[in-house]
Design a protein around this ligand. Structure first.
Ligand SMILES: [Zn+2]
Ligand SMILES: [Zn+2]
Length: 1081
């Protein structure tokens, strides 16, 4: 199905490769055990611990210097005790649960307080911990025996409760750090020296408190609910807003949240993007494709309302030279406070309060997409599932953590077991497990060690080594130390994802990047392999044009908007270009005239005349030609003057004069030629614009009506709309109507009931009317007719004022007429054009013709649907929506009295979702999984369907950032609710893949099909139904609520999300502070 569709080069699929090296020549050779780590804590760990203690103490407001010293000393005592504890505890049975009746040893360090004495008298007492073993632990491990020690803190009753919390964090961190030293050693990984690390990872300056208020403030919420803490209303919350994302990011960058040094969490992708937009906000200007300025920034004085006052969605357009503001351009103050509604929804995914003690504790977890594949297969046996593991948490409410040793043992023990997926059923040992988090994917596979390697020396010992993916060199094979064995598996993932120094420095030159490192663990005859790959993540782009919450209506500049003066900019029209074009038409025409006259002169013997040798008749001809030439020159001059004097908005009047002159000139010359140069056979080549025709030439297709700047073109139906919407009569009416948003205008200015002459033989007529269902109701529709000679046109504008209002709210008003001036036929699915669709030449709007067969039903449905649509859209600045907006609905008619042809079109004007975006693949998703494109004609870039998406989803690696998933989920939820309430079904989600920018452009389309209409269709012949539904063979007519539910469910599954470090984890967001960190050992 996807054979001819460009697919981005996929990264290597997780698969098992042949384990040859390092065994090809030598048997499994184990190096002698490594010596225990020399230092109590290495320098880097020690400094990290110190910074973390400082950061935590500052938050609780105690005597930082004193307590820092005390806590550091206690921490070092604990660190010193860990090797002994490891020795006593050893390694529990491989299943991790002592349900076989044996005694299990548990290492717990308790923190107690004694509210007397000096802080300096606080100490760590090793040995069995005091107090009861928690019942939940006993429930799992009945024969548990707790070892470890007790920290006794002394100080004032005021300080101690706070210090106790910090101490618990410190115990966790220091135990983890100590184990990590073994882990690094066993992996031949080397911590950087502090100077080097600081160069990469900016040394954390003293952290400042921003905490929750920062996040609330980013999201534009009221900062409330922290009255008890006077410090949280720090001045940092009150900034001018112009660089808030930058500040938020810097805050994140300098906060320590990992228990390990050198772990670098990149700030949330969404914040980075919002920061970029923040930077790009000034200056706000809009440029057309050629980089010409078509509208002004807020600092220019005459910024017309409507143009740009709406919000262009954050991603803007990627056409060169074009940049849209992501916010209102009308008011600077509101602009800076504005975040698009979709970004707001996206920000909702972020975890808050990251740098408080409880925030740091909560971050001792990792969330990833968990999946497994049969080796080499694209389709997972277990589809990706989002899981969270809290480090060292064996009893947590989330996925259970294991020690690294337990994990390896478990994998090896289960390698022979069969895959639970019924379709697969192959041994788990032939599968690859993936843990995908942010841009990193860790693949873990188990395979049997080749027989010839022999058995490892000790059957229950795990051996480990590290290898290079480039050159396959490896380190020595060493037994896994007890410290490494106890290290948290989930924490191990964190190091693989985020610690750039957790690589192997000694083997070869490639192995300094994590992508090149391969980690091996062997237990008996199984070998477990860890690999890391970088993966691309896609961002969701909602329809670019959105209703702006900063919509600002300015009556004064409204005058300008409606062309009351010479300025056409309000229409988004480049007046200068129009004048240039007309000037060009004049020049080329008169040039062609001059050329023809030279031919005539030559034919009548001008050369002889010049040499005083011509006959009297020839001289006479030359004199006549000279006079004609002078007259035409005068005509040309006059037209040029005219052009200078006229308003651009009425440039058609000049065009009409030009037209008259053209006809007259051509006629004169043709007659003159017949009379004076009958032998002259050369056909004149007049350069005529498309609104001019002369006898013997092809009929004109363009029409110029007075007092306008729009040329009405028969083969470009949108020009009829552009003409109508820019006409003074229409504008006048709509201005009056706008005062009465529901169209109830008792003193509506009388329309034009009779044909009214507007210049030359041109006439117009206008009426307002209500639709058939509600005769006598508000007159919301306008019918505008205009005619000249043999051509009659009419344009019916439905819900004129409502659509006008919507366009204004979307900031579309200005560009609308300009866009509609030119269009061409278009095939929505690419390839050659197909009847029924038009696209404006600036790519911004799409025009869909209602299927003629069902036109009346479709029209009636639309009329009924429209009021709900306006209401929903007008509120869409509060809730994200991805409906592809409809900006107008029209009936267009053209009657040619000469030929007797009548053309009638019912058209919808919609935004073009993929305007100026480089889309490599398109999908139309309805939530019907077995819907495949039926056939594929050569050279056609067909829109693919659900089935194609589902099949290619894993292969094409279209994975989303977490915030993007949130945006689409929320939007789909809102939109489908609205549509099902409006009794609509059969809509689709259109998805365009922009591989260059790693974006998915999405929007809901085809949402005017009401259920009742489909029910009518369904009762008719099946063939007719299929024809009406564009060949969709899987059409089943579902009631709207069922359609909605199926659609939601499918879209939820369709988009695979990859969590990052900042994702809000259910159950972890609240109540964490009361929870204790688990014991490490
Ligand atoms: Zn399987
Ligand atoms: Zn190498």
């Amino acid at each position: 199905m996807l054979a001819t569709t460009p697919i981005p080069t996929p990264i290597k699929e997780p698969s098992i490769y042949e384990i040859e090296k390092p065994f090809t020549s030598k048997p499994f050779h184990v190096a002698p055990p490594l010596p225990p780590p020399q230092e109590n804590l290495d320098v880097r760990s020690y400094k990290h611990l110190q910074s973390l203690i400082r950061q935590a103490l500052k938050e609780v407001y105690v005597d930082v210097d004193t307590w820092e010293k005390v806590l550091t000393e206690v921490a070092l005592e604990i660190a010193q005790d860990v090797p002994f504890a490891l020795e006593i505890i050893g390694r529990p049975s491989s299943n991790g649960m002592a349900d076989d009746g044996s005694t299990s040893l548990h290492h717990v360090i308790k923190v107690t307080t004694e509210p007397f004495g000096m802080p300096q008298e606080s100490r760590y007492v090793p040995g069995p911990a005091e107090g009861e073993i928690p019942p939940e632990v006993v429930a799992i491990e009945p024969n548990i025996l707790e070892l470890g020690g007790t920290v006794v803190l002394k100080g004032t009753a005021k300080d101690l409760p706070k210090i106790e919390k910090v101490m618990e964090l410190v115990v966790f961190v220091v135990c983890n750090l100590k184990l990590e030293m073994y882990l690094f050693r066993d992996h031949f990984a080397v911590r950087p020296d502090s100077a080097e690390a600081n160069a990469v990872h900016r040394s954390p300056p003293p952290p400042r408190r921003v905490g929750r208020s920062l996040w609330n403030w980013i999201r534009g919420e009221n900062r409330s609910g922290h009255g008890s803490n006077p410090r949280s209303a720090s001045p940092e919350g009150v900034v001018d807003g112009s660089n808030r994302f930058d500040r938020a990011i810097r805050q994140i960058e300098k906060t320590i949240i990992s228990a390990s040094p050198d772990v670098i969490f990149p700030p949330p992708h969404l914040l980075l993007r919002l920061r970029d937009e923040e930077v790009n906000l000034y200056p706000v200007r809009m440029l057309d494709q050629d980089g010409r300025r078509i509208s002004y920034g807020p600092d220019d004085v005459d910024f017309p309302s409507g143009s740009g006052s709406g919000k262009f969605n954050s991603w803007g357009s990627n056409s060169p030279g074009r940049r849209y503001s992501s916010a209102s351009t009308k008011s600077t103050s509101s602009r800076t406070s504005h975040i698009s509604v979709d970004s707001k929804a996206g920000l909702g995914y972020l975890m808050t309060n990251n740098n408080s003690i409880s925030g740091v504790m909560r971050h001792q977890s990792v969330t990833f997409a968990y999946s497994y594949y049969f080796s080499g297969s694209n389709i997972p046996c277990r589809p990706p599932e989002i899981l969270t593991i809290e480090y060292y948490q064996k009893l947590g409410q989330h996925f259970q953590d294991r020690s690294l040793g337990q994990f390896v043992e478990l994998l090896c023990n289960k390698a022979k077991g069969l895959c639970p997926d019924a379709m697969c059923g192959k041994p788990m040992g032939q599968h690859v497990i993936t843990y995908t988090h942010n841009h990193g994917r860790i693949s873990v596979s188990v395979r049997e060690a080749p027989q010839r390697l022999g058995s490892p020396p000790e059957p229950d010992q795990i051996y480990m080594w590290t290898g290079c993916r480039e050159c396959e060199s490896t380190t020595d094979i060493v037994p896994m130390s007890t410290g490494t064995w106890h290290y948290s598996f989930a924490k191990y993932l964190e190091l693989l994802y985020y610690n750039p120094y957790f690589v192997c420095g000694t083997v070869c030159s490639h192995i300094h990047t994590r992508e090149n490192v391969r980690r091996f663990f062997r237990l008996r005859n199984e070998i477990v392999v860890f690999e890391y790959d970088y993966i691309d993540l896609f961002e969701m782009r909602v329809p670019k044009i959105q209703v702006s919450p900063d919509y600002y209506f300015d009556e004064a500049s409204d005058d300008a908007h409606y062309g009351a003066d010479d300025d056409l900019e309000p229409f988004g029209v480049d007046g200068h270009a129009i004048l240039e074009q007309t000037r060009g038409e004049i020049t080329t025409f008169y040039n062609s005239v001059k050329e023809y006259m030279q031919g005539l002169a030559f034919a009548t013997g001008s050369a002889l005349v010049a040499q005083n040798e011509g006959s009297a008749e020839q001289v006479q001809c030359q004199i006549m030609l000279d006079e004609l030439g002078k007259k035409f020159e005068q005509d040309e001059q006059q037209l040029r003057e005219e052009l200078k004097a006229k308003k651009v908005a009425e440039v058609n009047n000049v065009r009409r004069e030009l037209l008259a002159k053209m006809k007259e000139t051509v006629k004169t010359l043709v007659e003159w030629q017949k009379l004076h140069a009958p032998g002259h056979k050369e056909q004149p080549e007049w350069s005529l614009p498309d609104y001019c025709s002369i006898p013997g030439h092809k009929p004109k297709t363009g029409h110029v009506y007075p007092n306008s700047f729009v040329i009405v073109r028969e083969d470009e139906p949108t020009s009829i709309i552009a003409f109508t919407l820019s006409s003074k009569d229409y504008i006048q009416h709509i201005r009056n109507q706008r005062q009465y948003p529901f169209g109830v205008d008792p003193e509506s200015p009388p329309p034009i009931p009779q044909w009214e002459n507007v210049g030359g033989d041109c006439e117009v007529k206008m009426k307002v009317f209500s639709h058939e269902q509600t005769p006598g109701g508000p007159k919301q529709h306008i019918k505008y007719k205009f005619r000249q000679g043999k051509h009659n046109f009419s344009c019916t504008v439905y819900y004129a004022a409502q659509f006008d209002g919507l366009r204004r709210k979307c900031g579309m008003s200005a560009m609308y007429v300009r866009s509609l001036m030119r269009c061409s036929e278009w095939n929505a699915s690419g390839g050659k054009s197909r009847a029924g669709f038009f696209k404006t030449c600036d790519d911004q709007l799409v025009v869909k013709q209602l299927a003629s067969k069902w036109s009346n039903q479709e029209k009636a449905a639309l009329m009924k649907f429209a009021p709900a649509y306006f209401e929903y859209m007008n509120n869409s600045d509060k809730n994200p929506t991805i409906l592809v907006k409809i900006f107008g609905f029209y009936t267009l008619k053209h009657k040619n009295l000469q030929t007797g042809t009548v053309k009638k079109l019912d058209v919808l004007v919609m935004e073009h979702l993929f305007a100026n975006v480089n889309i490599s693949r398109k999908f139309d998703l309805k939530g019907v999984p077995d819907r495949h494109i039926v056939s594929k004609k050569d050279g056609e870039n067909d829109v693919m369907w659900d089935g194609d998406w589902v099949d290619g989803r894993y292969k094409q690696l279209l994975r989303l950032h977490a915030h993007s998933k949130k945006i689409i989920a929320e939007s789909v939820w809102n939109d489908t609710q609205f549509l099902s309430d409006a009794n609509v079904m059969d809509y689709s989600l259109l998805v365009g893949v922009n591989d260059d920018k790693k974006e998915l452009v999405v929007g809901i389309v085809d949402f005017i099909g009401p259920y009742t209409w489909y029910k009518i269709l369904e009762t008719r012949a099946k063939t007719t139904l299929n024809a009406a539904l564009k060949g969709g063979k899987d059409v089943t007519v579902l009631p709207p609520d069922q359609y909605r539910d199926r659609f939601r469910k499918a879209m939820e599954q369709n988009f695979l999300m990859v969590p990052d470090k900042w994702i809000k984890i259910p159950g972890l967001e609240q109540g964490i502070s009361s929870k204790k960190l688990p014991s490490v050992l």
